[in-house]
Design a protein around this ligand. Sequence first.
Ligand SMILES: Cc1cc2nc3c(=O)[nH]c(=O)nc-3n(C[C@H](O)[C@H](O)[C@H](O)COP(=O)(O)OP(=O)(O)OC[C@H]3O[C@@H](n4cnc5c(N)ncnc54)[C@H](O)[C@@H]3O)c2cc1C
Length: 459
Amino acid sequence: MADHALNPALRDALEALLGPDLSTNPSILDQHGHGESHHPSRPPAAVAFVETEEVLVQVVRLCQQHHTPMVAFGAGTSIEGQLQCVEGGLCIDFSRMNRILQVNPGDLNCVVEPGVTREQLNQHLRDQGLFFPVDPGANASLGGMVATDASGTTTLRYGGMKHNVLSLHAVLANGDTIVTGSAARKSSAGYNLTELLVGSEGTLGLISRIQLKLYGIPEQVLAARVCFPSVHDAVMTVINIMQYGLAVSRLELLDACSLQAVNQYCQTDYPQRPTLFMEFHGSDAVVTEQAATAQSICEENGGEAFISATSEEEKKHMWHARHNAYYAALAQVPNGRGWVTDVCVPISRLADCIDATQADLEAENLAIPIVGHVGDGNFHLLFSIPPDDHERLQQAQRINQRLIARAHEMGGTCTGEHGIGLGKKSYLLQEKGETTVAVMAALKQAMDPLHLLNPGKIF
Ligand SMILES: Cc1cc2nc3c(=O)[nH]c(=O)nc-3n(C[C@H](O)[C@H](O)[C@H](O)COP(=O)(O)OP(=O)(O)OC[C@H]3O[C@@H](n4cnc5c(N)ncnc54)[C@H](O)[C@@H]3O)c2cc1C
């Protein structure tokens, strides 16, 4: 059921504009009231499926006239309660605004609509020898990835969304459209509104067009996997690899508990020991040399059974465990829903942070998978909690609270990549302090004075 019905005059105007592209079907409303997380669904009063920037502008102007909240929806894979329509209103679904408008190989960039997914874009680019590297695991929309400042397994080499967006078109709460950048690779012209919008979780503007950097598909990609006696040894290896300056493109950790879950879920037989997965991109000679150096660093830290691969099939098999870790963790608990933490610390503190977190889990008698984009100092605990298990939920919240306090003490952050949404509002305040959050609130007030865009999130 919808939380707050639409004002009848607005509903009539939206119906006249959108026809069947306006939905109040209860299952569609429910599907649009949540992302991929434990946060309960808070459905909108209606969903508008927009197909063009022109229609989007008209929808926004109507909502502004009627003081109606608007929540953008990409692919619905966000984790921190970004999509819940806490004040009802209209959900604007961008999945049909999914055209790739330009690919400019000479300038290594492209222009896309926000509903294009990263897999769709890479499929389109493959024949031209190009790719877009940011990979959050899920097949997210590029609009959603901009809005959450997504990053992932390749961030180590190529950066996250904030490093790869050249320019945005964004429709503001009053229906005006701004263009934030240009095709130039750098610019010092005025305030950086591109980076202000990246990570704004749909609270400052609705992204209607994105210009992205692209990269040439590397001549050779070498993937490798290596097991360690302990998570501590694996993480010390990561620190050594990073401090050595190796040009590793992916560097991911799965602990023994994660691999046990993957083996059960995928019927595989990965060694159930802390394991690093890595990837090197470059010429044949470069990747071979880099992998050999990485292997020596691993062995100095007790790494065993270093396996490497360059064929597509072997690489796919090697990354299979990492790509299935989240769903394998969920499957461990009947009717479990994902409850995922996400901290990031300076790389030199990563081993201390993971050691203390493991000790904390042991003290609570818990075996929870730990996975991480460890080359960035970023890791997650993958809890799986049935919706009615309040005791387990409170336990996860306590562990998360201590984990975030630990990350803050170590100079880190309460979220490396999943964002604030509803779930981390209090931690944002702890991390940034009142004065800094007040500046964020003033920017929100200036750009959206009626608080219509994704209200209730971040602050
Ligand atoms: C298995 C799994 C693994 C994941 N791993 C990672 C990971 O490694 N790294 C990572 O960063 N994330 C990860 N995530 C989280 C998620 O994939 C990202 O947050 C992703 O960027 C969300 O994109 P989306 O299209 O699903 O956005 P949605 O969930 O639909 O929306 C997310 C936010 O963006 C806003 N939004 C969407 N479209 C627009 C638009 N056009 N204009 C303005 N605002 C908009 C929404 O209002 C909302 O606030 C993972 C999720 C899953 C399920």
